[in-house]
Ligand binder design. Structure first.
Ligand code: PHE
Length: 457
């Protein structure tokens, strides 16, 4: 909203504000945002690097308390204000809070810059599997195929542009006729594909070592680093701490039950992450890959699962298509944040705002992609551009955003958000007291501890 804009404009804006067509549509959109590369690509390699199921247990504990609580708060902030994150924080908690929304807008652009690069890899792999270029090979051969793609100069950037272009097209089409339509088809498809693929992976010969790895915690490997990684990942995976759910919540119908929708989204997100673990780890062990192999793990291991079997190429293509679906439903929500900000605060048309965001993201994504190839020598604190941005988001920006949401919801706007969570007293919420305690005390302390912990050890 422009300062001093005539009231009639504001009212027009409100009347024109779109809404999700149905509760199912909202849950699929929010789950689409949450379920993404974070679940299928990042989660399995983090589990691999951080001692298997001990990480999983800590992760689930964070999800079930702070994660779900913050998700309700964010959706509540959005629905209360019916605005983009900057306007939303300002409306619900006062002028001094706009920075929290602005942090979200900036974080969204940063995440999108490397997310679109990885999203581009999924398209490249999908096309390669269809054409038979990824069909089989030893772990080393599959590893060098991955290295050749991500280290190339032009190819990943071309796919990055395709991925970004598809995302922008859906966002331009609008909330209910673009985003909601797409996710209502894509998300159920993703769940079905995942279940079929997991069934294949856990029945591989030698899969049981992978299943053991996921089910027997190694507590001696757990340190402060594991706990930070689990919290950072739970925020990233649930799309928390950066305004995505404030934005999606702002299109939510006033009669919807926020508590139950948020619970569904958390459940689906966790279920997909755990299933992705059961997809990747059995294969890692069955084929003798290294579970701590890092970011290449999913791309390198999965082709091996299906190579050599009947219809294997088709399954490979199926897998990378699923990864693409997971990625694009998340990137749509990332782009929607700055787009809602620009179009509402600066009265820009949706098309113009989307194209502007696309242009900025594209420019930042180029160094991200090149940092894995010809620019790999340019580092800061030992990290290339992509890793630097991704770590800054996970370690600092999302936790700071999370603290802001918790403090705002617990201390500054408790009554307004509590009214949203109970639909002004119409819906019972027996755990409201616990939610308040988590927002006021538990979340700010736990997140601050995780944020500063690494500096103290
Ligand atoms: N939650 C997404 C994932 O797991 C990433 C994401 C983060 C999307 C923040 C939107 C906002 O991949």
């Amino acid at each position: 909203m422009l300062i001093g804009a005539p009231a009639t404009d504001r009212e027009k804006n409100k009347m024109q504000r779109e809404q999700w067509g149905s509760r199912f549509g909202f849950i699929m959109a929010a789950a689409g945002s949450a379920v993404g590369l974070g679940n299928v690509w990042k989660f399995p390699y983090l589990v691999g690097e951080n001692g298997g199921s001990a990480f999983l247990i800590i992760y689930i504990a964070f999800m079930a308390t702070i994660g779900i609580g913050l998700m309700m708060a964010e959706i509540g902030i959005g629905r209360y204000s019916q605005m983009n994150p900057v306007g939303a924080f300002r409306k619900i908690a006062g002028r001094g809070w706009s920075w929290a929304g602005m942090l979200g807008v900036i974080t969204a652009i940063i995440i999108m810059s490397y997310y679109s690069v990885v999203g581009g890899w999924t398209i490249a792999y999908f096309i390669d599997t269809l054409s038979g270029a990824v069909v089989g090979g030893t772990p080393d051969e599959l590893g060098s195929k991955f290295g050749a793609l991500v280290g190339d100069t032009t190819r990943p950037i071309i796919y990055d542009v395709i991925f970004l272009g598809l995302t922008l097209a859906v966002v331009i089409a609008g909330v209910s006729s673009g985003i909601e339509k797409a996710v209502k088809v894509l998300m159920p498809l993703l769940f079905i594909m995942l279940i079929v693929l997991v069934a294949r992976s856990v029945t591989l010969e030698g899969a049981s070592a992978g299943i053991d790895f996921l089910l027997s915690p190694k507590w001696d490997e757990v340190g402060m680093g594991t706990i930070s990684a689990a919290l950072g990942q739970s925020f990233f995976s649930l799309s928390l701490g950066m305004g995505a759910l404030v934005t999606y919540g702002s299109y939510l119908n006033k009669n919807d039950n926020i508590r139950s929708s948020a619970s569904w989204v958390c459940f689906l997100d966790t279920a997909v992450a755990v299933l992705a673990g059961f997809l990747v780890m059995p294969a890692v062990f069955a084929f003798g890959f290294n579970p701590g192999a890092g970011p290449g793990l999913t791309f390198i291991t999965l082709p091996a699962v299906f190579s050599g079997m009947w219809g294997g190429q088709l399954f490979q293509a199926f897998f990378f298509f699923m990864l693409f679906v997971a990625a694009i439903t998340s990137s749509i929500s990332l782009v929607a944040i700055p787009v809602s900000y620009l179009s509402e605060q600066f009265h820009m048309s949706r098309v113009k705002a989307t194209l502007l965001v696309g242009a900025i993201v594209f420019v930042v994504s180029i160094p991200c992609s090149l940092s894995l190839g010809i620019w790999s020598d340019y580092t800061l604190f030992g990290y290339g551009v992509l890793d630097l941005l991704s770590n800054t988001v996970d370690w600092y920006l999302l936790p700071i955003g999370g603290i802001a949401v918790a403090v705002c919801a617990g201390w500054f706007a408790y009554d307004k958000i509590a009214a949203e969570l109970t639909n002004h007293g119409e819906l019972p919420f027996p755990l409201l007291g616990a939610w308040k305690f988590i927002m006021r005390i538990v979340a700010p302390i736990a997140i601050t501890w995780v944020l500063v912990g690494p500096f103290l050890t």
